[in-house]
Ligand binder design. Sequence first.
Ligand code: CA
Length: 357
Amino acid sequence: MTREQQHAEHKAWSYNMLAKTSRSFAGVIQALDSNLRDPMMVFYLTLRALDSVEDDPQYPLEKKIPELVHFYKRLDEETWNWTDVCGEKEAERDLLNNFHHVLAIYKSMDIKYQKVVSDITQRMGKGMSEFCTRMVVSVADWDLYCHYVAGLVGIGLSHLFAASGLEDPAYFNHAEEISNSCGLFLQKTNIIRDYLEDVDQERFFWPKGIWGLYTPAIANFKDHAYRTQALSCLNHLITNALQHAIDSLDYMLHIVEPSVFNFVAIPQVMAIGTLSECFNNHAVFTGVVKIARKTTMQIIGDLQGKRIVAVCDYYQQYAQVILAKISENDPSASKTTDTCQRIIQKVASIRNASAKL
Ligand code: CA
């Protein structure tokens, strides 16, 4: 086999794995500008491999912690595959056991992309290892955990956008805080939405600093007797997550390249849409709350054509949906109202500024 054939084989395997591990990411990554496609695929699969180690409850901590901390060093090895059994799902075990395919693509990438993937893998692995032995308790813990598992993804994406030259390095290389905020917006939304699935599997990502205000035991929220407390807690968390929406709008304003814009904007709009569906909705405690497939397709179509204008329309629409659902007895009512109004004002200022251009 020639080197080109080998490279093609590693690449085909990796993209196939990408499709198996994330249908939603596979689509947006494939749609990216060709300069960013491979770096983004490698970034995703490397972090996915790390996450598979973190998530496996059967894997012993004394092996898991050093593996998370040192995982980034695997990227420097010539060829490496995991030999242990690790990963909850078949695809995750497959990814770890055949990681050499991803490594081959990693090594073929420009060093500027390799540095970003390695740096973020190192920082995330260290953070995950820290949370192996402690829980998310305070709101500050919640922000820190979300920083490790999602904020760092946002930071890495900004650095990859800058490295590609498709976006302005002067902004994207120095936007750690706002990139982190965009990652937190997505992660907090997922954590809020996945209450039932996580609690049923005895995984607790809601911060006690918030749920502890409403109940002595988080699993109580599944019980209809705790309906009022459950909704108050849910709305409190959603109000916290919504604080990131303004940063998310500011971040998207800086993006110029259309495929990068879609890559960022689709999940951000889906996040505020999901928060608006979940707000004051008891179904979060009894089942799965999701945006309808038809709405998702419509969001994707609108963003392609109208970009920031479409983002503004959706943010305004979802902020208004939430405003209409606020009950005056809700302990977070005034904070939620204020946050939604600030989002609507921000949207208005973006529209004014773009009308003047
Ligand atoms: Ca995880």
